[in-house]
Each structure stands twice: as structure tokens, then as C-alpha cells.
Design a protein around this ligand. Structure first.
Ligand SMILES: CC1(C)Nc2nc(N)[nH]c(=O)c2N=C1O
Length: 161
């Protein structure tokens, strides 16, 4: 059994509903169960500013699946939400589901990089992650608390439940 941390993000088509619906779909993934969920956060876009603010959250998922099997399940949920992979890399998206961490595994292949390459400087990943796993230590040995000290929360707004 592995604990995976999944980042959820949306800034199109009613982002709060998209993120909530995605969490409900993730709860149905076989051989897996959600053990905790962060609040939803309203965050300014990283990258091109000519797009809407995002709603972000992080879930902790205990799973028997491999990282690639989990990725397949997450991409199926993104596709069902209407995510078209042609979305430009830094543009607006209906739904983004990223594997931030997969236990202590370090994964680097054509489909998957874990820990997520951008997590250490993304407040919209670090703050929700710290809300549900404040004592987390990354596979590199870095305590999450230390990463947080170096990342401004960039006026992120925690949404009431
Ligand atoms: C375009 C890029 C990098 N910017 C983002 N910016 C924010 N605030 N949240 C995201 O989830 C997000 N996702 C992305 O993919």
C-alpha cells in the first residue's frame, strides 16, 4: 500500500465544481481510498497571466496501484471532464490531476516524473499539501516545512468548505 499525493487544479468551466467532481471520481478509483483532502484554494495563475485564477487542492490517496496504473486512472478522469491534451502547456485547463508524490518513490520516465517537477516552488501545491501532511519529508530528505519557508503564498485564498 502506497500513499500518493495528488494535485488537483482547474480554471475553466466552474473550477470549484470541477475539482469537487474530480475528487468524487478519484474516490472511486479501484484498490484505492482517499485518506485526507485539503481545502480548496483560489490561486493566481503561474505562467501566462491572461487566464483565470485557479482552484487548487491536494488529496492523499492510499493505493495498491502502481504509479503508472494510477496515472492512467487520473488521465481517464481528466479526459472525462473534457480535458483535451492539446491544451497548451501553460494555458487554461478544465482539469489537471498530477501525481505530486508516490510514497518515497523517485520516478523519471516518458510518462511520469515524481516528485512532480514543479512542486517545490508552487504555493498552490505546497500549502494544500502542508494542510494535510504538515510533517511530510520528501524522498530527497527535504522536510516540507522547509520548502514552505521559501515559498510565498502569493495571496492564495483558502475557500470555506
Ligand atoms: C499553467 C500552470 C503552470 N499554472 C497554474 N497556476 C495555478 N495557480 N494553479 C495551477 O494548477 C496551475 N497549473 C498549471 O499547469
Amino acid at each position: 500500500m502506497t500513499t500518493a499525493y495528488i494535485g488537483l487544479g482547474s480554471n475553466l468551466s466552474n473550477p470549484k465544481a470541477q475539482v469537487r467532481q474530480a475528487a468524487a471520481e478519484i474516490a472511486k478509483i479501484k484498490q484505492s481510498s482517499i485518506v485526507s483532502a485539503s481545502s480548496l484554494y483560489l490561486s493566481k495563475p503561474m505562467g501566462p497571466q491572461d487566464q483565470n485564477d485557479y482552484i487548487n487542492a491536494v488529496l492523499a490517496l492510499k493505493t495498491e496501484l502502481t504509479a503508472i496504473e494510477l496515472l492512467d486512472q487520473l488521465q481517464a478522469i481528466e479526459n472525462a471532464a473534457g480535458r483535451v491534451r492539446k491544451d497548451n502547456r501553460w494555458g487554461a485547463r478544465i482539469l489537471d490531476l498530477d501525481i505530486i508524490l508516490f510514497g518515497d518513490e523517485i520516478i523519471e520516465n516518458s510518462r511520469l516524473t515524481v516528485p512532480h517537477y514543479g512542486m517545490t516552488e508552487r504555493e498552490f501545491v505546497l500549502y494544500p499539501l502542508a494542510e494535510i501532511a504538515p510533517d511530510l519529508v520528501l524522498p530527497s530528505g527535504q522536510p516540507l516545512k522547509l520548502l514552505l519557508d521559501n515559498v510565498n503564498n502569493n495571496d492564495m485564498l483558502k475557500q470555506e468548505a
